[in-house]
Design a protein around this ligand. Structure first.
Ligand code: IVH
Length: 687
């Protein structure tokens, strides 16, 4: 292909990809399959590698990221990015409307109402239809140049559609955000990896935009709504026209805006979106009211901080004030202590709230809570309301400082608090009732051993009557242990209960479902053990890798973190669990009672121990199998993978690009160095 031909093909491909991209991200329509789309991108990428002189700054291949920015350049905004004045009351809005009317001296005027998106403001600068620069708001005068990160946001056009009708130079502004579902998925992934949870979509968006590696930004799936257009050339005369113009040029605009003829219509818009906004894919915290005519905007002008032609009305976070009657403490199955605010019942967003989470001791200290205080309770996106502040002015005289508990409210054991952690724990795992009960409840749930005929009350009855002490004891229960068992059923008030008796039929059901649970696959049993940070997905990964609980028991920290998707927090937690003799005993008993502690696959191939007792170090890059698969093959055949070469090592499996120092060390120690093929022959998988 000649350079000229390549140029033409590259340009055509970009147009094509941009077209499908727009259809997908602006109009939510897929005209071609993901596969076909990826093929186009791949072809473009290949040509760009071959003809780097035609790698355009607006190429869609930039969307996958890969640029590393060590520090972001500060740039001065072409037009200062002002903020809006905020109000929470309808009176303030009426005042605003009066000021507008007065400023416009009797002219007719109309408003455009938009939602106020809770994300990060961005300014995009285009020349000749091509995105030149993306800058954060910063202090309003200067912001950070985050162009390479912004280019990964698929709804931001890098090059406008042909015939876009835009002036040669212009600026658009909008809000970068993360959808609630993208945020949820990201946190779920963090949870699986045992990493800390992110606080909210807004902070996550802001953190993501400042990341150095744009390929991570690309993976975070940010989105962007535009709501502002500015140009030296007078191409539009109202905000509404500006919005329509940018929509037709391919920018993404939320369809939630509305033209209002007067302040009454603005109030109706506010009311309409008060609840409806919770159905939107992103967080919003109010509405923005803008005078529609750009000429009138000019007449009204700006104060030092904000335009006089616009205002933000913020919805009241759904909050209420009520008396804090006390603080109680819940003990979870892991021994974690959660303080709970006991409140004078109060109506909040349609429901009566009596209790709210206080998270931990630091939070109580931060809020400066005293029993008897009037506190502010808020309902955010979450279901459980939280205490967000104290109304200090209405604090009654003589309230005592609140002292956090230092012993477990359930068993009296002194609490511990690990370094760097905010949460207190009760260390009495063995006999602190809610911990024992919680662990068994976790063990019997559907996702684990699925013995749900056994309710929490029955378990408590069994514990009270000392028929069981732990989850393994369930497998020693007899019909007689259960038949006629008396157990307490508590009412909502904690110390009010009635006594019931377990009937014959239920007893039989329970026995049979306990028996049946022995068939539950190993990964569900592993999840059921309730090891911290070992959720259902992590269990699956561990079982896939280790096949047998005895292998997992023995795995070292270093080995564990080499397992795909297992991070340090999980590895540490597993080591802690299996270094406790009590837990080893528990596992031994579960094996003895016939539960599945081997993966289905390994049971099929059991006896395949060709590499038993042999140790391996893997180094370099391999052709036929990945490093992870290689490790898995060694383990599944009874061998052991080590991380460094020592005299005791049996084999070094050497791939391409192995470091020279490793090679030298292996030679010195006379270690058997084998190739990938040699290894595959050893286990007879060379085909
Ligand atoms: S217009 C000069 N419209 O709210 C007016 N801003 O406090 C420029 N925001 O920094 C802003 N949604 O980050 C406008 N529909 C919307 C908005 C919006 C969210 C943010 C924006 C701005 C802040 C103003």
């Amino acid at each position: 292909m000649t350079g000229e031909e390549a140029k033409k093909t590259i340009e055509d491909l970009i147009d094509k990809i941009d077209y499908f991209n727009n259809r997908y991200y602006q109009d939510s329509i897929s005209e071609i399959s993901d596969f076909e789309f990826d093929q186009l991108l791949k072809k473009l990428e290949e040509l760009e590698n071959q003809f780097p002189q035609y790698k355009y700054p607006y190429s869609p291949t930039l969307r996958v990221g890969g640029t590393i920015t060590k520090s972001f350049n500060t740039v001065v905004h072409k037009n200062a990015m002002l903020s809006l004045s905020n109000t929470y009351s309808e009176e303030d809005l009426t005042e605003f409307d009066k000021r507008v009317a007065k400023g416009l001296e009797g002219q007719d005027y109309e408003y455009i109402c938009e939602l106020k998106f809770d994300g990060v403001a961005i300014s995009l600068w285009y020349e000749d239809g091509i995105l030149q620069r993306a800058v954060t708001r910063g202090d309003g005068t200067r912001g950070d140049d985050i162009t390479s990160n912004a280019k990964t946001i698929k709804s931001i056009p890098l090059k406008l559609k042909n015939g876009h009708g835009m002036p040669r130079e212009f600026e658009v502004r909008g809000e970068v955000f993360m959808t609630l579902s993208a945020f949820k998925n990201l946190n779920a992934e963090k949870e699986r990896k045992g990493e800390a949870q992110l606080a909210n979509p807004r902070n996550t968006t802001s953190g993501t935009l400042k990341m150095q590696d744009s390929s991570i930004v690309a993976s975070r799936k940010l989105d962007c709504y535009l709501y502002y257009f500015q140009s030296e050339e007078n191409v539009v005369s109202t905000h509404e026209e500006a919005i329509n113009l940018i929509i037709s040029a391919g920018f993404k605009v939320s369809p939630t805006y509305r033209k209002c003829q007067n302040i009454r219509e603005v109030f109706a818009y506010i009311e309409e979106w008060e609840e409806k906004r919770f159905n939107l894919p992103l967080e919003t915290d109010g509405i923005v009211i803008k005078v529609n005519s750009l000429d009138q905007q000019g007449q009204l002008g700006f104060t030092a901080k904000s335009p006089r032609w616009a205002i933000a009305y913020k919805y009241k976070a759904q909050s209420a004030t009520t008396r804090l009657n006390g603080i109680t403490f819940q003990v979870g199955r892991t021994g974690a202590i959660t303080p709970v605010a006991e409140l004078e019942p109060v109506l909040l967003a349609g429901t009566t709230v009596k209790r709210a989470s206080l998270h931990n001791a630091n939070e109580i200290e931060r809020l400066g809570l005293k029993i008897g205080d009037f506190v502010i309770v808020e309902k955010g996106g979450e279901i459980i309301p939280k205490v967000t502040g104290v109304d200090i002015e209405s604090r009654p005289d003589g309230l005592e400082d609140f002292k956090y508990i230092d012993t477990c409210p359930e068993c009296g054991t002194p609490l511990i608090r690990k370094e760097g952690e905010a949460i207190h724990y009760c260390p009495n795992e063995e006999s602190c009732p809610p911990q024992v009960l919680g662990r068994i409840e976790h063990f019997i749930q559907r996702k684990a051993m699925n013995i749900e005929s056994l309710g929490p009350e029955t378990i408590r009855g069994l514990l009270d009557h000392e028929k069981i002490k732990d989850m393994a004891d369930l497998y020693t229960l007899t019909f007689d242990d259960l038949n006629g068992l008396e157990f307490k059923v508590y009412s909502e008030k904690k110390d009010d209960y009635s006594v019931r008796t377990l009937r014959e039929k239920s007893a039989r059901n329970i026995i049979s479902s306990i028996e049946k649970s022995k068939q539950q696959p190993f990964q569900q049993l592993l999840f059921g053990l309730g090891i911290r940070y070992v959720g259902a997905t992590v269990s699956e990964k561990l079982v896939e890798y280790y096949k047998d609980i005895r292998n997992l028991e023995k795995a070292s920290f270093v080995e564990l973190i080499e397992v795909p998707e297992i991070g340090e927090r999980i590895a540490e937690s597993l080591r802690l669990y299996f270094s406790d003799e009590k837990n080893i005993q528990l596992v031994e008993r579960l094996i003895e009672y016939g539960l599945s502690t081997k993966s289905e696959e390994s049971e099929e191939n059991s006896g395949n121990n060709i590499l038993k007792g042999k140790t391996f170090v893997i180094s370099g890059v391999f052709e036929k199998v990945s490093r992870d698969d290689l490790k898995m093959l060694i383990k599944n055949n009874g061998g052991k993978v080590l991380s460094s070469i020592s005299a005791k090592l049996d084999y070094l499996v050497a791939g391409d690009k192995m470091g020279p120092s490793k090679k030298e060390k292996a030679q010195k120690l006379n270690i058997n160095t084998i190739s990938e093929d040699d290894f595959l022959k050893m286990i007879d998988k060379n085909d």
